[in-house]
Write a protein that binds this ligand. Structure first.
Ligand SMILES: C[S@@+](CC[C@H](N)C(=O)[O-])C[C@H]1O[C@@H](n2cnc3c(N)ncnc32)[C@H](O)[C@@H]1O
Length: 281
């Protein structure tokens, strides 16, 4: 089979022929070919986690009806939390979007399980890391926004039945998992699954921990969900349209959800009438 990129290699071959000396050739290759190629690739595809806050909010504003919630698990000092609040305000959705932040605000809880151990030396999670400033954050957000709630404590304690019932009216559209640990991610899904409608976007901030191995961290939870360990009829489907480079963004599929997103307009008959047969639409 002909190898793709053969033309590029041929051009490289002839270009290389014109450059004197192996050392200069190598310098030219690394600096004038490899570096700009990498920069181009990064500029066009590189993941920036704030992009999809706007994409998801915009999609639900334009396509679906109702009230929504955005849930962040792992808030720390609120760096990404306040960006979500600003996005909702900027997109004029603050009257229909509630942003909830969950955290101990005293840092990571006890990490003892093999399911969270680092597979390389020096990269282990440590209890107490990411200590937040709850009162300051509450004050900062309170002065600028009124569509938010901070839930202080361990996830399995703050995800109360009473809170979960509010999600039937404010349906989740974006769940932001930034709690590092498998045990914490599991605690979230153990409580939340019945309330996550199909189509909700799930963002996993730490999916690349341990090279994205399915044995540890957030990726372990993704693997277990898709293996059926959290129940039948649920699935995490990678959403390449939100970012084609990243493995962090999924759509939740939930055949047994207590709630469902509702399209604004009922789908019309999508028949296409023939044109002039050219490749143009
Ligand atoms: C990496 S930090 C979050 C960073 C934050 N999203 C930001 O934008 O800067 C992880 C946070 O998860 C919280 N956390 C982890 N496991 C938790 C649990 N089981 N219950 C409550 N908070 C938890 C920690 O307290 C910590 O603040």
């Amino acid at each position: 089979m002909a190898e793709r990129g053969g033309g590029f290699q041929k051009a490289l071959y002839w270009f290389g022929k014109c450059i004197p000396g192996t050392g200069f050739k190598t310098w030219t290759y690394l600096n004038l070919i490899r570096a700009p190629r990498r920069a181009l690739r990064n500029a066009s595809g590189a993941f920036y986690r704030i992009d999809h806050i706007y994409e998801v909010l915009g999609e639900f504003r334009d396509t679906y009806e109702g009230k929504y919630s955005v849930l962040e698990f792992g808030v720390a000092d609120g760096y990404a939390f306040t960006k979500k609040l600003h996005a909702a305000k900027y997109l004029k959705m603050d009257d229909r979007v509630k942003v909830h932040g969950f955290d101990t605000f005293s840092g990571l809880p006890d990490v003892d399980e093999a399911s969270d151990a680092s597979l390389v030396g020096g990269d282990d999670w440590e209890e107490g890391t990411y200590h937040g400033r709850y009162e300051e954050l509450q004050k900062y957000c309170g002065a600028k926004y009124d569509n938010f709630e901070l839930h202080r404590g361990l996830f399995d304690e703050t995800l109360t039945d009473e809170f979960l019932e509010t999600l039937l009216e404010y349906k989740p559209i974006l769940i932001w998992i930034d709690c590092d640990l498998y045990s914490s991610t599991k605690a979230v899904f153990d409580r939340l699954i019945p309330y996550i409608p199909s189509g909700c976007v799930i963002y996993f901030d730490d999916i690349y921990y341990n090279f994205s191995s399915r044995f540890t961290g957030e990726m372990r939870a993704v693997h277990e969900i898709n293996r059926g360990d959290f129940g039948e009829g649920i699935e995490l489907v990678l959403d390449r349209a939100l970012n084609w480079e990243s493995n962090r963004l999924y759509r939740f599929i939930n055949l047994n959800a207590k709630t469902q997103h509702q399209l604004k307009a009922v789908r019309q008959d999508g028949i296409r009438f023939r044109g002039d047969d050219s490749p143009f639409p």
